[in-house]
Design a protein around this ligand. Structure first.
Ligand SMILES: [Cu+2]
Length: 473
């Protein structure tokens, strides 16, 4: 006991400066509605003291970015599904309807509830048939960042997942000024195809709350605010999520709050499959800071098949097969046929006869795709002038080409959350990325003003279901 008290005494002296600005402490602790950029909340009604939600599984046509149409599976018109928020101790009923053409059920991930309410089909309940209904009801005596999902693996990869926040009876301290939620997902979508390939182990679209950068909506923060971001991941890969401009402490997992004496600063947090991680930090420095998965292939959209040596199939690298085979799409033969089997999914080196070393000169004689060549942007005297447009010499440089620069600012134009971003900002934003915009008060107020004047959003973004932003002035 004595040791413990000493520990806390020591902690208190160190901790004061680390975790909380005095302003935040003075506000006292309370629970804030969680802001989910680009996603709706699931509304409820009170029925005899029970919070009753209505959740519907269905096919949802959505867009990862303007023009990139996807036929995914989700809930209530949203992929991922709408966010459910309750308070610790609540009695909750979820009336669940299946509008899919096959059976499903809802698993409440990490919930301590009776097995009949767990959503593990076969063990606790029968599958909910197409057109069927199942009523889940439980009292929730937990708190933290949870989620719900189909427990059919392929349905998970069609997008059937949603955030479930349980607010604590005793609000967490130190209090935060902003509380955000982000759902990480990955998808395999061939060009000109709207249906995700759930068998693939290679992913070319990476989303946060169902959007891919630069179409992700930034999180807006006023300088000095204390911020919580809740991250959840349900896919085939782990995502090391990195924040620019501020270090953070990991303050919660999928099982709830981490005791404060176990916090320590980091700037990258690994969000493993089926895990939740809450991070917290004080937004001290103004700027448009990236929050992104740090896996290099997750920092791209489907352009990963358009640049780099793999572009030039037949002219150099040929690992495992072409893009279609790599994503499990057969052009001929069976998936287990001798000529296909070893080459499917992630190359494991068995298809040695199809592999070649990467060399320079892969692109010799080829026209680079539009956007590849920076020379259009060079001015006299720039170092880039060494490699003028279409100079065959640069194709002899080992490794060339690797990346390209393709700002698409127009994709985010007209979105108030993007107001004031530097010209060319979208060139940095691809794949599993979004922005944490730490704004000086004037710019913050200006953007809030623009948001207030925005016409009501369409079906997908049911902004009116969102609770009001907490905001002091
Ligand atoms: Cu990742």
């Amino acid at each position: 006991m004595n040791n413990r008290r000493n520990f806390f005494a020591r902690f208190a002296s160190v901790g004061a400066g680390l975790w909380a600005a005095p302003k935040v402490l003075a506000q006292g602790a309370r629970n804030l509605p969680v802001e989910m950029p680009d996603l709706p909340k699931l509304p409820y009604k009170m029925v005899n003291g029970v919070k009753e939600f209505h959740l519907i599984a269905e096919v949802v046509r959505t867009e990862f970015m303007p023009g990139r149409v996807v036929d995914a599976w989700g809930y209530n018109g949203s992929v991922p599904g709408p966010t459910i928020e309750i308070n610790e101790g609540d009695r909750v009923r979820v009336v669940f309807d299946n509008h899919l053409p096959e059976m499903t059920a809802v698993h409440w991930h990490g919930f301590e509830v009776p097995v009949e309410m767990d959503g593990s089909v076969g063990l606790g309940q029968d599958p909910v048939p197409p057109g069927g209904r199942y009523v889940y009801e439980f009292t929730l005596n937990q708190h933290g960042t949870f989620f719900y999902h189909s427990h059919f693996a392929m349905q998970e990869m069609m997008g059937m997942l949603g955030m479930f926040i349980m607010h604590p009876k005793e609000p967490y301290t130190p209090a935060v000024d902003r509380d955000f939620g982000i759902i990480l997902q990955e998808w395999a979508l061939l060009p000109n195809n709207t249906v995700p390939n759930t068998l693939s182990m290679e992913f070319n679209w990476l989303t946060l709350n169902g959007k891919t950068a630069p179409a992700t909506t930034p999180m807006l923060i006023k300088q000095g605010e204390r911020v919580r971001i809740r991250l959840i991941n349900l896919g085939m890969d782990h995502h090391p999520i990195h924040l620019h401009g501020a270090q953070f402490a990991v303050t919660g997992t999928e099982a709830g709050r981490i005791p404060r004496e176990l916090w320590y600063d980091q700037n990258t947090v690994l969000v493993g499959i089926a895990q939740a991680r809450n991070i917290e930090f004080v937004a001290a420095r103004t700027g448009d800071w990236m929050l992104h998965c740090h896996m290099p292939h997750h920092m791209m959209n489907q352009m990963m098949s358009m640049v780099g040596p793999i572009t030039h199939t037949g002219h150099g690298l040929h690992t495992g097969g072409g893009m279609q085979e790599g994503m499990g799409i057969m052009r001929q033969g069976g998936a287990l046929a001798e000529e296909n089997g070893p080459a499917l999914g992630r190359g494991i080196g068995l298809a040695g006869d199809r592999e070649r070393a990467t060399s320079n000169l892969v692109a010799a004689g080829q026209q680079m795709p539009a956007g590849h060549d920076m020379s259009a942007m060079t001015k006299p005297g720039d170092p880039m002038e060494r490699y003028p447009k279409d100079d065959p010499e640069k194709k002899k440089i080992p490794g060339y080409p690797q990346d390209m620069w393709m700002p698409m600012d127009e994709i985010g134009a007209g979105k108030p959350e993007n107001y004031g971003l530097r010209k060319g900002w979208s060139g940095a934003m691809m794949g599993m990325m979004t922005l944490v915009r730490v704004l000086p008060p004037e710019l913050y107020d200006k953007i809030m003003d623009l948001k207030a004047k925005q016409p009501p959003a369409g079906n997908k973004e049911k902004k009116d279901d969102m609770p009001e932003h907490h905001h002091e002035n």
